[in-house]
Design a protein around this ligand. Structure first.
Ligand SMILES: Nc1ncnc2c1ncn2[C@@H]1O[C@H](COP(=O)(O)OP(=O)(O)O)[C@@H](O)[C@H]1O
Ligand SMILES: [Mg+2]
Length: 224
């Protein structure tokens, strides 16, 4: 199945800002896609469309076969259970432990408490944070919090992982670790899309696709 199929997609906010202009994009399983471009170029807006947080104001968009238009509430809710978002705005919940936060990411799935625990444990193992399982999230460093956010996103075994500026203001070594971690979730059935303005962090040796956004328009820099 195609992951993302965007044809002539535009996004215009109610205040008149044209955040996305005539976007054509095709993402298939196994793809690793970097979305680069300066601040304000439309990277976050693009990912929001893929999650159904915003809808195209013109053009057509399908995510995992789901047509992204207003009113498709049930379909889009179902879609969100197979997408793993790592967005700054989906904050971790203070006062809860690392494990609880990861389990909350799976609350929409019909899993037993044991399955929730097991998935959370695996996800924390994968991101290298088992030793922090019982820590409160507010006591973690930014990089550790980001790993918890990744664990929360991948614990539900998504087929599409969307990460918005996941390296934030991390130093180069930690930023590279985060990118490598996200890349490790790619397989035949899974695609990962990462936005970043830090193009120097992209590993030129690894197969990937690179898109550049500029004032809402998209150009391919590398087809991978
Ligand atoms: N909710 C909104 N209402 C109006 N304008 C918005 C909104 N969200 C983003 N924008 C504008 O859309 C453009 C693209 O923003 P964004 O997608 O956040 O860019 P990036 O993630 O590349 O920094 C910017 O001009 C931004 O100010
Ligand atoms: Mg952004």
């Amino acid at each position: 199945m195609t992951m993302i199929e965007a044809k002539g997609v535009c996004l215009r906010f109610p205040n008149g800002t044209k955040a996305l202009k005539d976007i054509d994009l095709f993402v298939k399983p196994g793809d690793m896609v970097y979305v680069t471009g300066p601040s304000g170029s439309g990277k976050t807006s693009l990912l929001k469309l893929f999650m159904g947080i915003e809808y195209p104001t013109s053009g057509s968009l399908k995510v995992l076969g789901q047509t992204m238009i207003q009113g498709q509430t049930a379909g889009i809710r179902r879609l969100r259970t197979i997408i793993g978002p790592v967005f700054q705005e989906f904050k971790l919940i203070d006062g809860r432990t690392v494990t609880e936060n990861v389990m909350l990411g799976m609350r929409f799935l019909n899993l037993t408490q044991d399955q929730l625990m097991e998935n959370a444990h695996h996800a924390l193992q994968k991101v290298g944070l088992e030793h922090k399982a019982h820590s409160l999230v507010e006591n973690l460093s930014w990089g550790e919090s980001q790993r918890v956010a990744i664990a929360r996103a991948v614990a539900r075994k998504p087929v599409l992982i969307l990460a918005d500026e996941p390296t934030g203001n991390l130093d180069k070594a930690n930023a590279l670790n985060i990118l490598e971690l996200l890349t490790s979730f790619i397989n035949d059935q899974t695609a990962v899309i990462i936005t970043t303005h830090a193009t120097h962090l992209i590993d030129a040796e690894k197969p990937c696709k690179v898109i550049r956004m500029d004032q809402g328009s998209l150009t391919w820099e590398r087809l991978g």
